[in-house]
Structure formats: C-alpha cells, structure tokens
Design a protein around this ligand. Sequence first.
Ligand code: ADP
Ligand code: MG
Length: 254
Amino acid sequence: MSGIRILDARSVTKRFGGLVAVDEVDIHVDQGEVLGLIGPNGSGKTTLFNCLTRVHNIDGGSIEFKGKDITSKKPYQVARMGLARTFQVIRVYGDLTIEENLVLSQQWGALPTHRSFTKAHRDLHDKAAEIAEFLLLSKHLRTKAGTLSGGQRRLLELGMTLMPDPDLILLDEATSGINPSLIETIKDRLAVLNNKGLTLLLVEHDIRFISDLCTRVIVLNYGRKLADGTPDEIKSDERVLEAYFGDDGSTDVE
Ligand code: ADP
Ligand code: MG
C-alpha cells in the first residue's frame, strides 16, 4: 500500500548527554495506514514519539507532517495541524469527569470562530457524548476520571485525542496494564477508526495486538532502526529475535 505520506521524518537524532537515544531514524507513515513501532525497553520508542510530536527538540534530521516542515514547531502547533498523541503514562484529569476531560482536550484543536459561543459550547458537549459512546464510556460520562479502571482511562485518553478531529494519532503503549477484554475493545475501536480513515502509529509491547492491527512494523534497537516490514517478516527476522531474546531465545516477543 503506498499512499500520501502523512508523516515523513528523516535521520531523526536525539541525544541525552552522551546517550544517543534516537540515532538517525527514518520513519514515514502513509495516509490510512496502521504502522507499528516496537523494540526492547529503552530502545528509543517514546523518545522518537516525543521528537515526532515536537515535545523534544531534535539534534538532527527533519520532520514533515502533511507536506509541511514541522521540525521547529511547538507541540500545540502540530496538535492543531492534526497530529495527536497519547502518553505512556496516562494523562487524564482525575478530579474531572469524563465529559469535562473530553471537552477540555478540544482546546488543542482549532476553536470554532464562526459560531456563537453557546452553540460552540453545545457542539462540544455533543461531540464529547458521541465520542464517549463510541468508546463504550457513555454511562460514565459524569464519572470522575480518577475512579475509572486503567483500561477505561486508556479509552478516555484515546477519546481526548479524538476530540480535535486529528488525521494521525500516535499511541504509546495503549494496552499496557489493561485486562484482556478491554484490550480487545481498544483493538476493535482502533480498527473502526482506521476504517473511517484515521491513520495510526502504535508503540506496543503486545506483538499479537501489533500483528492484528498493523500492515507494517518498524523495530528499534539502541535508538537505531533495526528492521521495517510486515508483521510476519518482523517475527521471523533473525536480527529482531536476537534483539529481543539475546542468545538464549528463552522469552516470547512482548
Ligand atoms: P522506550 O520507550 O523504547 O522504552 P525511551 O525512549 O523511553 O525507550 O528511552 C530511550 C533511552 O533514552 C533510554 O536509555 C532512556 O533511559 C533514555 N532517556 C529517555 N528519556 C530521557 C531523558 N528525558 N533524559 C535522559 N535520558 C532519557
Ligand atoms: Mg516507552
């Protein structure tokens, strides 16, 4: 599948002191694709996400989003352009309700200027309710986010990225620490979103999750791109097995 290149990053490099956390990585995402990003702990996945979403300034390379150079843009600017992300550590406002969290997250998107404030306000609440329903969170709309389960909070976080109608979402370990039935829910919801045209870049530990959703997978190791291929190609790639298992081959890819 080759389409319009929605994200195109070249030779991205990020150093922390003497450590090269991301080392000249090329990564592109095509419109409509679900790309997986995997790699052992500490291989640079989250740092790369932070570079792509402009949370980190980069030490080398360039990043284009929807054909525009975003290498020097601020995180809120790329968010407004349609690039959304979640964080490895869940970030929702525990003292606020699901509805309030959703409404608040719209601030990153373009605010409506052509409508009256009241109408815009009502639209926002309608949209929050619609998204909560899509994520099977309707009955918790007025529940404080702090009382939700880890999985429900992950769903809420996904909902918060959806509020400003993004074109591309980067998800950092959306399923870690979640019970299996909610993992299936998240997988199913992501598949539906992708069918509707949303492009996804997923960092994930669960290789089955990646295999079920992604058409292409990139593997990082020590900050470098180790492999790029279909899930089947990746699973049988000797270099990938070596990176995950070392010499003894004793553990599963997770
Ligand atoms: P992953 O998400 O693949 O587990 P990370 O991107 O979190 O890996 O980390 C890559 C490397 O960069 C690790 O060695 C980590 O300790 C280091 N690192 C990440 N963030 C920072 C930071 N803010 N300051 C210093 N070192 C960091
Ligand atoms: Mg990480």
